[in-house]
Write a protein that binds this ligand. Structure first.
Ligand code: SF4
Length: 343
């Protein structure tokens, strides 16, 4: 099946040579009764066609909020994008009209959510829900839209798609429902796919199958893929680059290879050390001590300092910028050289 693409639009944009999607100095805050939570605090990252960027962090790190800002689905109030730019093929989404943004969202930038069951409508068959997208967006007849729905279900490897197109969401397993969500997200041939914890609710074997499917679809259609996760183990085989987030900031950015081989931030190092390894069977699993910070009361200086084994006095008073470690690589740690050298 060929992925439908807005060819005319894309040709018109072919002169553009910058990153496909670029988030630049993004700030998002939530104004609550207890104070202002700075959920995303100066985050910048980009993804190109055919590239997979993993955005990694614990819950509350700002990774999902930054994705919601890209999609324009932050509940406002209480959430507000207060600064920054989100450029899709060079156009800042934050300055477009609602109508222009709506045309990009879903068609050009699509998102898969963690909880497939609540994202699907329980009273319609999955075939109807998939076909509806083709009827609404491409004006296909009922029969043609159903055929496209079946092709799409085949493409995401749902067995017996021709029969299962008549089933309801609750008649599918968790893994199959997530495949349906992926089918819906890629139906209109997006340029960028954002997958927010797409495998968290699934068991390990199904997780691997879904990641494999995403990687395959991404290769076939040259999409830019942003994979949001708290699990470093999940992204090792599929991501090209990783941006590690902590307390609303990127604390390390690197290629997957570099980050796995030699992390340059104590938080990334801690995350790596807490991945279970078969070759270390029987030994105690290292864990990062303490809890992620309350965003209403972020620690002074480096927000990671209360949990950091490398902490010194300066860490409590001075917030580290993202230091250049190497081309395309950064670490927001005053002592990144020590961490990198494994001292
Ligand atoms: Fe740890 Fe200090 Fe580096 Fe922060 S700046 S990660 S507290 S060593």
């Amino acid at each position: 099946m060929t992925v439908p693409r807005a060819d005319a639009e894309r040709r018109a944009e072919s002169g553009f040579s910058g990153p496909l999607l670029q988030v630049d100095d993004l700030h998002v805050e939530f104004r609550t009764r207890d104070g202002v939570a700075h959920a995303v605090n100066g985050v910048s990252y980009s993804v190109d066609a055919g590239e997979t960027l993993a955005v990694l962090g614990e819950s509350g790190s700002g990774k999902s909020v930054s994705a919601q800002a890209i999609m324009g689905i932050i509940d406002s109030p209480p959430g507000f994008v207060t600064r920054g730019a989100i450029r899709f093929r060079g156009s800042d989404l934050l300055t477009l009209s609602d109508e222009q943004r709506r045309r990009i969202r879903g068609r050009r930038i699509a998102m898969i959510f963690q909880d497939a069951l609540s994202a699907l409508n329980p009273v319609y068959t999955v075939g109807f829900q998939l076909a509806e997208m083709f009827r609404v967006h491409e004006g296909l007849s009922r029969g043609a839209a159903k055929r496209r729905a079946i092709e799409l279900m085949d493409r995401v490897r749902i067995p017996a798609a021709r029969q299962r197109v008549h089933d309801y969401p609750h008649q599918f397993s968790g893994g199959m429902r997530q495949r349906i969500m992926i089918a819906m997200a890629i139906a209109l041939g997006p340029d960028v796919l954002i997958a927010d914890e797409p495998t968290t609710a699934l068991d390990v074997t199904v997780q691997a199958q879904i990641m494999e499917l995403l990687a395959e679809l991404q290769r076939e259609s040259e999409m830019g893929l942003i994979l949001i996760t708290h699990d470093l183990g999940v992204v090792a085989d599929v991501a090209d680059r990783i941006a590690v987030m902590y307390a609303g900031r990127i604390v390390e950015e690197a290629s997957v290879h570099d980050l796995y081989a030699r992390p340059a931030h104590p938080y990334s190092k801690g995350l790596l050390e807490s991945i279970p390894r078969v070759d270390l069977k029987g030994s105690e699993l290292a864990a990062i001590k303490g809890q992620p910070p309350n965003l209403l009361r972020v620690p002074s200086g480096c927000a990671f300092h209360p949990r950091c084994p490398y902490r010194r006095e300066v860490c409590v008073t001075k917030e580290p910028p993202l230091f250049d470690v190497a081309p395309g690589r950064g670490s927001a740690c005053h002592f990144w050289e020590e961490v990198l050298d494994g001292r």
